[in-house]
Design a protein around this ligand. Structure first.
Ligand code: PMP
Length: 400
């Protein structure tokens, strides 16, 4: 008898489709059919990339020197600009050689886990989590260990919770502040407490700082390596231009950390994807070193929309939405809407609730199941003011 070979490797077959991209593409498909769907699903700013950045890319595309490979880890000039940004915003001094420019922050997340994890190593993942983390951990052979913090604790895990989840197999703590999907920002003292705990227990920290420039009111995101400098030898920072500069499509992110780990990650990348598009790298240099006023204008727009969405959601009976301090997501607890009947449907999970929203109100939102437990929705407020207001009106009408 011939041996039955599986078509797909078990490792890759186990990867779930990105739920956020799935909801967003379903919304876009409905829009393409002419349905007036309002999508709160996308994780990207609605603004075009600022003009001076686009101009730098156009110029770069015309210059033949940018038609060639760069070092796999990125253009030296970009790595210098990233080092300056890191000192400014994360309080950490790094050499350009400690930086690897990646195809978006997403590749940096993958390569961080790939560089650190051996089979069976556990990673503590504060939950609700960004959908990609557990998949990236599993692909690297690791085991994600969820540490849940709900709306009642502002979506912030405590040191006690982390300690309770730690085992002899724990190698890495994933830290993300501001968070996708909750928008929660850890207060400086909590960042320090978490960092000290990680240091004392010999853990590595992968800190995803991609939303660090998007905070509101008086809140500032403190880097864990700024709070606990001794952690720098066991920390990888992940960042990128996507969210701050409205550059999601340009695919420029980076990872930085101890020289030996970055060398290993750069070796991996040299076989995986080589350098990020030269033109995009040049655009990223313009973003990081050029005027920052467009960034501030976008941040203010998000801040304004945040008020509209949080007030709108909290005005609906059955929804409890903490005010997010950063990123551009509202993450309401919608358990008060479940088990009740709306237009003949009785959703019992947030997944069913999200389907109801799309079918009955033509509003797309990502269900909590994509990020951890049921009972929540993620609504991005990085959409136009009018669409935002209309979306809220539809929700109010549906749940009246
Ligand atoms: N980290 C977090 C928390 C994110 O939300 C995202 C984008 N959704 C990324 C990393 C990756 O962003 P990109 O690959 O577009 O740079």
């Amino acid at each position: 008898m011939t041996r039955q070979l599986s078509r797909i490797s078990s490792r890759v077959a186990a990867i779930a489709e990105s739920a956020t991209l799935k909801v967003d593409s379903r919304a876009k498909a409905l829009q393409a059919q002419g349905r007036p769907v309002i999508s709160f699903a996308a994780g990207e700013p609605d603004f075009p990339t600022p003009e001076h950045i686009v101009a730098a890319a156009v110029e770069a595309a015309r210059d033949p020197k940018n038609h060639r490979y760069t070092p796999a880890a990125g253009l030296p000039q970009l790595r210098e600009a990233i080092a300056a940004k890191t000192l400014r915003d994360s309080g950490l001094t790094v050499e350009p050689s400690q930086i690897v420019v990646t195809n978006g922050g997403k590749q940096a997340v993958y390569q961080s886990f790939a560089a650190l994890l051996d089979p069976g190593d556990e990673v503590l993942v504060p939950t609700p989590f960004w959908t990609t983390y557990p998949e990236a951990i599993k692909l690297a052979g690791g085991v994600p260990v969820e540490v849940f913090a709900g709306a009642d604790q502002g979506y912030l895990v405590t040191v006690e919770q982390l300690e309770a989840a730690r085992t002899p197999r724990t190698k890495v703590l994933l830290f993300v502040s501001p968070s996708n999907p909750t928008g929660a920002v850890y207060p400086p003292e909590r960042v320090e407490a978490v960092g000290r705990w990680a240091l004392e227990n010999g853990l590595w920290v992968i800190s995803d700082e991609i939303y660090q420039n998007l905070t509101y009111g008086d809140v500032r995101a403190r880097s864990i390596v700024d709070a606990v400098p001794e952690l720098a030898d066991r920390a990888i920072l992940v960042n990128g231009v996507a969210k701050t500069y409205a550059m999601t499509g340009w695919r420029v992110g980076w990872m930085l950390g101890p020289a030996d780990v970055m060398k290993a990650a750069a070796n991996l990348q040299s076989h995986l994807s080589s350098n990020v598009s030269n033109v995009s790298q040049r655009a990223a240099i313009a973003a990081l070193t050029g005027p920052q006023d467009a960034v501030e204008a976008m941040r203010r727009a998000f801040e304004r929309r945040r008020t509209v969405i949080v007030d709108g959601l909290n005005g609906i009976d059955g929804i409890d939405c903490p005010t997010p301090d950063g990123a551009f997501y509202a993450y309401p607890d919608v358990s008060g809407l479940l088990g009740r009947t709306w237009r003949g449907h009785t959703p019992t999970t947030s997944l069913e609730l999200a389907e109801l929203l799309l079918d009955e109100a033509e509003v797309a939102a990502v269900p909590g199941e994509a990020f951890g437990p049921s009972g929540y929705l993620r609504l991005s407020y990085a959409l136009g003011d009018e669409a935002l207001a209309e979306g809220i009106t539809r929700l109010r009408r549906l749940f009246a």
